[in-house]
Design a protein around this ligand. Structure first.
Ligand SMILES: [Zn+2]
Length: 367
């Protein structure tokens, strides 16, 4: 018996329908379909899935943390922008033996040295995988571990979802197959939930999954299928240019993501000034201790002395990820818990109708 686990990034529970995703709809009806309560998290979702640890327990929440000894202090990074800087950044991470690679996006040159990736090890290093033989493909890392040997490869060419599943399943005789598909997330971000482009992307991913799930079940009808999504989307109705409001001072540092903004202060005076600014914007909220507890997120200094977020439908633009006009998103995730943002889990193995992200490990641990 083998397990095929597929994460379809961004395919919210509310996007599964008879019309748009006929295979997933049918497979869920004939087997088991569970609504998956998402978390107010970004990078931490897959970690939560495979460890059962929510971000407050794993410390992994947002992709970047403040760091005094960031590997991105490297002088070379200061001379380049865009794609070249991204490649250099990836190269630096590999040189430092990292098995998780983050992009450097549009983080300003002057601030890059202050931040480092919160994740440094790939998912396959987790216990869940290490206890088993596996084929793992989270682009660009394609890792195989079986009786013969452990083998890792970096795939330089960007591969689409069909190519990912093909490569993943080209390996024989392992316990677990895992990959993450990114096509849907990219399209919905860019065009919005209700766009024609998104409808086409949904139909396409449904067909691709159908093809490989059928092949996998042909090999043995005892094989287990787990298809899940980490979160859904909410279309953006409010664009907030935070840079316009922030004071021009040198005694504080900030990181502006799409839905969160993180601040570090050198003194109380600047903290007061920034607080006044953010409090004036109605849809911007400050994360307090109670909310951090409720949403199970770490309120560590490395994520900010002050962490703010925008309520559902709001979007900080420009931000450190999308800054140029053509990069502006139409739909977003990364808001506090909300039904619209929930994901799903479909399986041919019995699972409850409602599940939290940190409860799944119980259902994938056996076998
Ligand atoms: Zn996304």
């Amino acid at each position: 018996m083998a397990k095929l686990i597929i994460c379809v990034d961004g395919l919210g529970r509310d996007l599964i329908s008879k019309k748009n995703t006929p295979f997933l709809y049918k497979f869920g009806k004939e087997n088991y379909f569970s609504e998956l309560k998402t978390l107010f998290a970004f990078t931490g979702l897959e970690y939560c899935f495979f460890t059962g640890k929510t971000p407050d327990k794993s410390g992994i929440w947002f992709e970047f943390v403040r760091s005094n000894n960031s590997i991105f202090k490297n002088v070379f990074l200061r001379f380049f922008n865009g794609k070249v800087r991204n490649y250099l950044g990836a190269f630096l991470q590999l040189l430092n033996k990292r098995s998780y690679i983050c992009g450097l996006h549009n983080i300003p040159k002057s601030k890059m040295r202050e931040f480092d990736s919160s994740v440094r090890e790939g998912l396959w290093r987790l216990d869940y995988f290490q206890k088993r033989s596996f084929s793992f493909y989270k682009w660009p890392f394609f890792i195989v571990k079986n009786e013969k040997a452990g083998e890792g490869k970096i795939i330089f060419k960007y591969e689409n979802d069909d190519e990912r599943l093909k490569r993943l399943l080209s390996v024989k005789d392992v316990d677990v197959y895992y990959t993450q598909l990114m096509g849907v997330d990219k399209v919905i971000h860019k065009f919005g939930k209700k766009s024609e482009e998104s409808k086409v992307a949904l139909k396409k991913i449904d067909k691709i999954i159908e093809k490989y799930v059928s092949l996998f079940l042909q090999e043995s009808d005892k094989n287990e299928i787990l298809i899940w999504s980490d979160h859904g989307f909410a279309d953006i109705g409010e664009f907030i240019d935070l840079f316009r409001y922030l004071p021009e001072r040198k005694d504080y540092l900030y990181f502006i993501g799409g839905t969160t903004a993180h601040f570090w202060f050198e003194n109380q005076e600047v903290k007061k000034e920034v607080l006044e600014v953010v409090k004036r914007i109605k849809s911007v909220k400050i994360i307090n201790k109670e909310q951090a507890k409720k949403y199970k997120i770490p309120l560590d200094e490395e994520y900010g002395d002050l962490v703010t977020y925008v309520s559902k439908g709001g979007y900080f633009f420009p931000n450190f990820y999308q800054a140029k006009d053509g990069e502006r998103f139409a739909s977003m995730h990364g808001y506090p818990e909300d039904k619209e943002l929930n994901g799903f889990l479909i399986s041919n193995k019995k699972i409850p109708k409602k599940l939290k992200m940190n409860e799944i490990i119980r259902y994938i641990e056996n076998g």
